[in-house]
Design a protein around this ligand. Sequence first.
Ligand code: LIP
Length: 277
Amino acid sequence: MAPSGTDGSLIASLHELSVQVAVGAGKVARAGRAGGFEVGTKSTDTDLVTGVDRAVEGWLAAALHHARPDDGLLAEEGASRTGTSGVRWVIDPIDGTVNFALGLPQYAVSVAAELDGTVVAGCVHNPESAETYSAALGAGALLVQPGRSPRALGGPRSVELARAVVGTGFGYAGWQRARQGELVSRLLPRIGDIRRLGAASLDLCAVASGRLDAYFEVGLNHWDYAAGLLIATEAGCVASGLPGHEPGPRLVTVAGAGLAGPLAELLTGLGIEAISA
Ligand code: LIP
């Protein structure tokens, strides 16, 4: 629900700006990958960051500040601003950095706009496929692909749990991966299959566009899921967190309406809460 008294035209303008800057940043990312880049690490040896992550974040921060100088900003690589407008941009300059660094075409620029703490617009753009997912609160979700008419997203097929293809991801710390992998080993016989595609924002958009039946992950950061979660819910998907909680860093789960309950129940029964601490 949009914050009370929200002017619909403001949400529409934030949506348009999110698409504009995400696509523009995608060009910076592609050029950066073509030109060679340095690779460093953050929390662990597997948590990569590249010079392109930082360049794309700088480009996004400048573009958003130029367009809306009074807005706030929260970004993965450290850029931040306290705004006065009530709007805060939440950005992941390259979601799926390991894929980006290895040359796998499954990474995205993720841009979300919060209004008084509620995400009201967002865009997830894959620079390699040139696919652009976006949504505005209450106005549905859209996929724009090169050479094709824009497609309204309606979420995944109706499928029972035993046939569901479910996306997930793993943290960067060894101890966390061991617990996550152990839970997946007990989940796998109960569903159709698992996909680990490496970028939460695109995983969420895959459910929104029917390419996955569901997705869950523990330990995400706000910038990983802020835009993709709005796109999934505006496509009609059901989003949840731990039992009785909203989706958040401890757990994000999205699925079609018929699958959401059985999947949440199964994950709870497998002990998802214990590994999401
Ligand atoms: C990634 C997420 C992915 C998760 C990875 C990593 P990053 O974000 O999109 O779902 O499994 O561990 O957190 O670090 O590439 O921006």
